[in-house]
Design a protein around this ligand. Structure first.
Ligand code: SAH
Ligand code: SF4
Length: 450
């Protein structure tokens, strides 16, 4: 029934959602539907949603409400555009979403991706709203085809779900308990990706470091890194790491595995032990500092990034100063800063929270200034170096430029050589000498002009 239909998948939120979106696109394409870039051109508008912070909720509501004004595309086989909501908001709200957003036709949960086509079909044929939300165990959707955004880069989920229950976070409630994918399957998937020409594999999980805990403790995440490295892929990255579970073996791999990129996202959230305890993070700032020191001993040029929550209930000026000082001390390449957002059903939502909004905003702004300085300083250290860049897109900074990622994850812009086109370079790793470094990007020239 999808042969003449078009669809557009819009993704909010994390890499896991981006990966799920690639599976949804692959599934609909395998049934004959065609992907399109914009909602205007689509018969089926599918939203993969996030509910980690209130802002993401609001964005979805605004976007979906405003869709009522977009006319049906010319040539559509249907008399209306169908709207489907999946991902974390779908899982959380289920058919309750129909009350908030009457123009939604289908809601599907995080464990129900394969149910989307039959639900759409029922919505079209029966003209009624359909929802399916399973409470069941989290699972891997490797049986679903995928339509990767870039043929040369693949996400590879190694765990799904989360058991940590940080007190501010909804993820364990919407993604379920953590399960690890068997290492043989991971190895097989990595080898298949390499055979397909994939250059970069990003291993995914809410906390990849606790991989294997449900497999009687063996194999561990370091073993996963070993098998993926042995696949011969050019680049390996992974996200996210929880500091409480980052082992010496994994740290050591940054020194021994040549294709493991020297970049690590290690969310600290706060540098006050009192706040960390209230967040239920299960590590101290002293432990975190120790991890940073060990990482830098093994790989002095490693790029570190982190997440910080500002304004957690009860955060004092002193708590915030501790966080500010840590950010200054570590010298991160990138810091994702979030203002605490109260999420219904989490323990932190019940905690006393009397810090005025303006104070929290001031703390946030002050941290953002520091983060920008730190990113600038880090990028200065790249000047004059030759970096391998995986070209992945046209540059937004000029028509004769292309851009890609360096090992430490910086965006690098380089000129497209005369007589060549972007297509000649997409998915290739080229050497670029860095000649300009800004806060959020680098500029280089191709070594040997190629
Ligand atoms: N599993 C990952 C990512 C979780 S969500 C991890 O543990 O690091 C990504 C980030 O969103 C978190 O690291 C945290 O900084 C932020 N976050 C989660 N819940 C939040 C909330 N209620 N308010 C503000 N930020 C939040
Ligand atoms: Fe949320 Fe904590 Fe799990 Fe990350 S580790 S997903 S912050 S509960």
């Amino acid at each position: 029934m999808f042969e003449n239909a078009t669809f557009c998948v819009t993704t909010f939120g994390c890499q896991m959602n981006k990966h799920d979106s690639e599976r949804i696109a692959g599934l609909l394409e395998s049934l004959g539907a065609s992907p399109v870039e914009t909602v205007e051109e689509a018969d089926f508008a599918i939203y993969m949603t996030c509910c980690v912070r209130e802002r993401a909720d609001e964005r979805l509501m605004g976007t979906v409400r405003s869709m009522k004004n977009i006319p049906v595309r010319p040539g559509s086989p249907y008399c209306k555009r169908y709207v489907a909501i999946g991902g974390c908001i779908g899982q959380r709200d289920g058919d309750g979403l129909f009350g908030k957003l009457p123009n939604v036709d289908v809601v599907f949960g995080t464990h129900n991706m394969e149910d989307l086509p039959p639900l759409l079909q029922e919505a079209v044929e029966e003209g009624r709203q359909r929802a399916r939300i399973a409470d069941g165990r989290a699972e891997f959707h490797d049986e679903l085809p995928e339509d990767r955004e870039h043929p040369w880069a693949a996400w590879l989920p190694i765990t799904v779900g989360c058991n940590n229950f940080c007190t501010y976070c909804v993820v364990p409630y919407v993604r379920g308990r953590e399960i690890s994918r068997p290492i043989e399957e991971i190895e097989q998937a990595a080898r298949e990706y390499v055979a397909q020409g994939v250059k970069e594999i990003t291993l995914l999980g809410q906390n990849v470091n606790s991989y294997g805990r449900d497999l009687y403790g063996r194999p561990r995440f370091a073993d996963v890194l070993d098998v993926v490295s042995a696949s011969g892929v050019d680049r390996i990255r992974f996200a996210t790491s929880h500091p409480k579970d980052l082992t010496d073996e994994v740290i050591e791999r940054f020194g021994t595995l040549g294709n493991l990129m020297p970049a690590l996202h290690l969310p600290v959230q706060s540098a006050s032990n009192r706040v960390l305890e209230a967040m239920h993070r299960s590590y101290t700032v002293e432990h975190y500092r120790e991890l940073v020191a060990k990482l830098r001993a093994v790989r002095p040029d490693i790029a570190l990034s982190t997440d910080i929550i500002v304004g957690f209930p009860g955060e004092t000026e002193q708590d915030f100063r501790a966080t500010y000082d840590l950010v200054k001390e570590v010298g991160y390449n990138q810091v994702f800063t979030f203002i605490y957002s109260k999420r219904a059903g989490t323990p932190a939502a019940e905690m006393e929270d009397d810090t005025p909004r303006e104070v929290i905003q001031e703390r946030f702004d002050c941290l953002v200034d520091l983060v920008q300085e730190s990113a600038y300083d880090r990028n200065q250290t790249e000047m004059g170096k030759v970096l391998p860049v995986l070209i992945d897109a046209p540059s937004k900074r000029g028509e004769d430029l292309m851009m890609g990622k360096a090992p430490r994850n910086q965006t690098v812009h380089v000129p497209i050589p005369a007589g060549c086109s972007l297509e000649d370079y997409l998915g290739r790793i080229v050497d670029a000498r860095i000649e300009e470094s800004r806060r959020w990007y680098l500029r280089g020239v191709l070594v040997d002009g190629r």
